[in-house]
Design a protein around this ligand. Sequence first.
Ligand code: PEP
Ligand code: MN
Length: 352
Amino acid sequence: MIIVMQPGTPDLEIDRVNAELRSWGLSPEKITGRYKVVIGLVGETADLDPLRIQELSPWIEQVLRVEQPFKRASREYRHGEASDIIVSTPLGPVPFGEHQPLVVVAGPCSVENEAMIVETALRVKAAGAQFLRGGAYKPRTSPYAFQGHGESALDLLAAARAASGLGVITEVMDAADLDKIVEVADVVQVGARNMQNFSLLKKVGAQPKPVLLKRGMAATIEDWLMAAEYVLAAGNPNVILCERGIRTFDRQYTRNTLDLAVVPVLRRLTHLPIMIDPSHGTGWAEYVPAMAMAAVAAGADSLMIEVHPTPAKALSDGPQSLTPDRFDDLMQELAVIGQAVGRWPKTPVAVG
Ligand code: PEP
Ligand code: MN
């Protein structure tokens, strides 16, 4: 349920309404939007009479029920406003959101050694990316495949972060590694295979860094938003949703089926920012540029692109990785589409 306050409602009045709701045994959440303050109520609200709430204050404009099973993740929970998620990076805050410039995240699938991660960071930064991605802990289908260098790769990510000024995004697979990852990462990634690892979701929800939640390969949109709800319910309001392709029947020519329709669908259903990953979404470097451009044209807020200095030698996901040169060209191509849809230049907007 949400309580929409009139524009200009005094803070004291909002505090008074919240105190009253707390005295009823509820846990109100104050959500400050661009134009209005909304009070969110999640939990045992089925028996609450909206009229009784309405009587609490003449400043209450409306009392509405959130019909979706995902409450905090729903667009209604913010009374239709999109959330800006502002991520701190060494070069300053970078906002993700519907009204913000496109944010580009690029880097190798796995962190392999210091030279390659620093080189990739500098190249993608020069091309216009704001975040470096790179896995230290890798979820691999085969236990015999390269599993990532683990903790030592986190140090290499820290070195690349310091050398480039880029924010760092890296995946957590095991909650036991979370504290170490949070020390280095500006955004913590939960991968497709862990999208419904509910105990992990609760733990990333209880730490302060923003969370990048990839869509499970067989997850419906509702499954995915319910997974986001776990993170939000655990107290972390900063969740970015990343579509990375779902499993359909064709595995011969594409690795996954990139579901670009999620961009308008999520826009209607949720206030959370939307990222598209055409690298995992297609599985082949030659298809990545077309789908990256389509994602920007569709209105995505962010892109995640795998880039490797020598894809043929990559320890994971080489076939879908762009060379730094190809990434440079892609960024020029994206600028044309980005300008056309008003999401460029994507130089970080200073906030606060
Ligand atoms: C990755 O980002 O390298 C990765 C493993 O992604 P996903 O979880 O989408 O497969
Ligand atoms: Mn990968």
